[in-house]
Design a protein around this ligand. Structure first.
Ligand code: AMP
Length: 554
């Protein structure tokens, strides 16, 4: 017997319409590239999102076609987050930290029809414009001309009253985001309206990020990386005040904005908060922050010391784990009721775990001999399934091996699961390095290094770094009778990779240990260089710079 309940579609347009009807006066604040603060209301935002939708239609964008953004966290990006899907088209967020070669591949693979680019990122766009073929490029901020359309002029010409909320299929694609492949090219994840709507409900739960209309939410996590953890969608759904930092991600700028806008909830990778803690430790009296401000931390493991340090400043770190392929939030670590009386050390240990799965996310871990018990010690690769987990990559059958025969997604994270269901990440099967929240492909660096005439073999591994969590170390075997210095190899790599990808150090060895099948035995290398001391400052500083500088992009 079927239930007698309406089959109401779960779409982003329903969220937009709700925001229009209920939250018109709620504020949205953006720190512009010029550092000035831009303020407007949800009513302004909805009207402009509609104008964008109407304008895109007038440009000929059809449902299902991709419209790409190369934008900071800003009100214009929020307009794109809703205006593009509101036409039935697909919002494709481009990662502005990527090398122009990768951006070229991604734009062409996604077949983006229109590109919306921030004026401050035009120098980056110039480096790949000749290799991509969108029909229109729209510039946010001054800088149009030369065949580029002006965002404001486009919106001014569009009539928002001609916008009609379309009847969308909840399973239709609404957004897409590429993620670094361990091997091969970046792969596209295609989110449906339904996935993003359900994900919004889940992250707003009290036992996730507890979002409400009373909140002021500031996503530091980029809107080009895994939908800024779904915050723009979820915050709009609940009518929270939204605050966007633009390109200004240094600790002082963020702390100023937290104080001025009385932010109650924020989110970002550990690197950001390590800098914020240092600034607060230096000047504890300088900023009056909302007591107990919630800070969602993920992307890399939140160190327990960071949780303790933020507690000392009366800021509440919430550790979460997720993936681009999971829209992205999968687990979150809150204390179960019986842990509320536990000693502080126990509580901190639990809060530093990746946490328990959100409703409708199923987890299991597969070891060499099948699924491992939830005993907190047996390790296996984490597999997941649920209504906001990718079922395949976009036009990339080579990524099929990430899915099990029975349709679960293989995360590439090695975990233990305890009897309560708390997940702890202990290792990674994927050969990637995560630095300041962004991926570096060890394999790409190795292949490039082995193209150098003096290099016989090269393996690149992650070493722990106090600020960036991980940085690449290149372990190199030179050909007999050949010479090459670390500087030469770095300069060689600099021609083809973004600066923040370049290894912080090079170690020259006689041989790289191998497995029985002849592959590099990275685990042995990681063990050998476990306590490796990297030089002080390195190329990763670029990850926090306001705008990628063309010369530094290689
Ligand atoms: P991305 O798709 O770029 O968001 O990266 C997802 C990957 O980042 C996961 O598969 C993990 O390897 C890593 N990751 C994300 N959150 C955490 C966390 N809280 N602790 C440890 N690793 C994490």
């Amino acid at each position: 017997m079927q239930g007698l309940i309406m089959d109401y579609p779960l779409t982003l347009t329903a969220i937009l319409q709700r925001a229009e009807q209920l939250f018109g006066t709620r504020p949205i604040v953006t720190r512009l590239p010029s550092r000035e603060l831009h303020r407007y209301t949800y009513a302004d935002f909805v009207e402009r999102a509609k104008r964008l939708a109407v304008a895109l239609r007038a440009l000929g964008v059809q449902p299902g076609e991709r419209v790409a953004t190369l934008l900071w966290n800003s009100y214009q990006h929020l307009e794109a987050y809703f205006g593009i899907p509101a036409t039935g088209a697909v919002l494709h967020t481009l990662n502005l930290r990527l090398h122009p070669d990768d951006l070229t591949y991604i734009v062409n693979h996604a077949d983006d029809r229109v590109l919306i680019v921030d004026a401050t990122l035009l120098p980056l766009y110039e480096q790949f414009r000749a290799r991509i073929h969108p029909e229109r490029v729209i510039v946010v901020g001054s800088g149009a001309g030369d065949g580029l359309l002006d965002y404001e002029a486009l919106l001014a010409d569009a009539d928002p009253t001609s916008f009609v909320y379309p009847a969308l299929d909840e399973r239709a694609a609404a957004a897409m985001c590429y993620t670094s492949g361990t091997t091969g090219r970046p792969k596209g994840v295609l989110y449906s309206h339904r996935a993003l709507a359900l994900h919004s409900l889940a992250v707003a739960l009290a036992d996730c990020l507890a979002l409400s209309e009373r909140d002021a939410v500031l996503p530091v996590v980029p809107m080009f990386h895994a939908n800024a953890w779904g915050l723009p969608f979820a915050a709009t759904m609940v009518g929270a005040k939204q605050v966007f930092p633009g390109p200004h991600l240094d600790p002082e700028s963020l702390l100023d904005l937290f104080e001025r806008e009385q932010v109650t909830m924020t989110a970002g990778v550990p690197t950001i908060w390590l800098g914020v803690v240092q600034a607060l430790d230096r000047q504890p009296e300088r900023w009056r922050l909302t007591p107990g401000m919630r800070m969602a931390v993920g992307g890399s493991a939140a160190p327990e010391g960071l949780i303790r340090a933020l507690d000392r400043h009366n800021l509440r770190l919430i550790h979460a784990w997720g993936m681009t392929e999971m829209s992205p939030v999968g687990t979150v670590s809150h204390l179960a009721p019986d842990l509320l009386d536990a000693p502080p050390d126990t509580q901190y240990a639990y809060r530093a775990l990746q946490g328990r799965p959100l409703p409708f996310i199923e987890i299991r871990a597969r070891g060499d001999a099948g699924f491992v018990p939830w005993d907190g010690t047996s390790m296996g690769e984490l597999e997941v399934r649920g209504p906001w987990v990718a079922s395949a990559y976009y036009n990339a059958p080579e990524g099929d091996d990430k899915f099990t025969e029975d349709g679960w997604f293989r995360t590439g994270d090695v975990v233990t699961i305890d009897p309560r269901g708390y997940v702890k990440i202990t290792d990674r099967t994927k050969d990637l390095i995560k630095s300041g929240g962004e991926w570096i492909s060890s394999v790409d660096l190795e292949n490039a290094l082995m193209g150098h005439p003096a290099v016989a073999e090269a393996a690149v591994i992650a070493v722990a770094h106090p600020k960036w969590q991980e940085r690449p170390l290149a372990v190199v075997v030179l050909k007999a009778g050949q010479q090459a210095t670390a500087e030469e190899l770095r300069a060689y790599l600099a021609e083809r990779f973004a600066r923040w990808w370049l290894p912080d150090a090079f170690e020259f060895v006689d041989a790289i240990p191998r497995t029985s099948t002849g592959k590099f035995l990275k685990s042995a290398l990681r063990e050998r260089f476990r306590d490796y001391r990297l030089p002080g400052s390195g190329p990763a500083e670029e990850l926090l710079e306001p705008a990628p500088h063309p010369q530094e992009q290689g």
